[in-house]
Design a protein around this ligand. Structure first.
Ligand code: 8YV
Length: 320
């Protein structure tokens, strides 16, 4: 009887995920949770049959070319796979999977938090009370922008975009979207489709990004597109930092064109962009869209389900 496959888990995943991995695999686990260089990833690939990485491990074209032939599958603990050069990995005969569906609600929930927090001035208000400098109240004080009943533009109407739309319906928002293809009518639930992004931007009092980062979507929200938005629009990004031209957003915040922004993703991660910190109307979080207990367990289990299928000789459900 062959032994268990050897699996490298690159980061500290949820306890339940690690328990199951240790039960079913000969698991090497990074309990210290540090990051790995390209050389370390390449060296590990000679010792394992499978890797279960996060978006923090980069499988570039160069890394893919140098991976050991022992490595058969990369079962990502993420829905986004912009950290993987899929083409180069496929050429090496490596199976790649991701974890769709299970993080849609958690991510949409965080997008909503950012949208509300940006619109209702959460950063300023929290700081004021916390620093004991709240010494004044008036009806004209801390007036924000109402979310209820406004127009919401969604870029990317995949699973997370649809979860966002569902939550927005509870706020009586008028939903518009841009997507590579139009959804079947029953899945639109009244959302209005725009064939091009500029048409969507023109009606987006609130704009939420939910598309993957690809060479085609990099910098999709640039200076020109920001200018297309209605004045005083609010921007929300829980997808990937690369979607926004950060210098253009900073200029639009400075000029007052954009009312506020809620950002969970940045071009540089970890770290973010310190230039945003000077704006009280930018509500920021450190890439925690899917960081709930329930969702972390579900992501880990989904990645393990993909590995189990692969090693049982079946097609993994989330094979890319
Ligand atoms: C994760 C994400 O936090 O799934 C994604 O694409 O960006 C986040 O949900 C991260 O990738 C965990 O590995």
């Amino acid at each position: 009887m062959p032994g268990k496959p050897t699996l490298w888990i690159t980061r500290k995943l949820s306890d339940k995920t690690l328990e199951r991995a240790v039960r079913d695999y000969d698991a090497i686990i990074n309990y210290e949770d540090g990051l790995h260089s390209a050389d370390e990833i390449i060296a590990m690939s000679a010792k394992v049959d499978a890797i279960l990485p996060c978006h923090s491990e980069l499988f570039t074209e160069e890394v893919a070319a140098r991976l050991d032939p022992r490595l058969k599958i990369i079962a990502n603990h993420s829905v986004g796979v912009d950290h993987c050069n899929l083409e180069a990995l496929r050429q090496r005969g490596i199976t790649i999977t991701n974890t769709p569906d299970v993080l849609s609600d958690a991510t949409a929930e965080l997008a909503f938090l950012l949208m509300l927090g940006a619109a209702r001035r959460a950063v300023e208000g929290d700081r004021m009370v916390r620093s004991a400098s709240w010494n004044f109240w008036s009806p004209s004080f801390m007036v924000g922008k109402q979310v209820t009943g406004q127009r919401l533009g969604i870029v990317g109407m995949g699973r997370v975009g649809q979860a966002m739309a569902k939550k927005a319906r509870g706020f009586d928002m008028e939903i518009h979207y841009f997507n590579r293809s139009r959804l079947p009518k029953e899945r639109e639930v009244g959302a209005q489709y725009h064939e091009d992004i500029d048409s969507l931007l023109r009606v987006s009092d609130f704009l939420s990004l939910h598309c993957p980062a690809t060479p085609q979507t990099k910098g999709i929200l640039n200076a020109e597109r920001l200018a297309t938005l209605p004045d005083d629009a609010v921007i929300v990004n829980t997808a990937r930092g690369a979607l926004i031209d950060e210098a253009a957003l900073i200029a639009a915040l400075k000029s007052g064109k954009i009312y506020a922004a809620g950002l969970d993703c940045f071009v540089n991660e970890p770290g973010g962009n310190p230039a945003f910190a000077e704006f009280d109307n930018v509500f920021m979080l450190p890439h925690i869209g899917s960081a709930t207990v329930e969702t972390r367990d579900a992501m880990g289990f989904r990645a393990l389900d993909n590995l189990d299928a692969f090693f049982a000789g079946k097609a993994p459900r989330d094979k890319l």
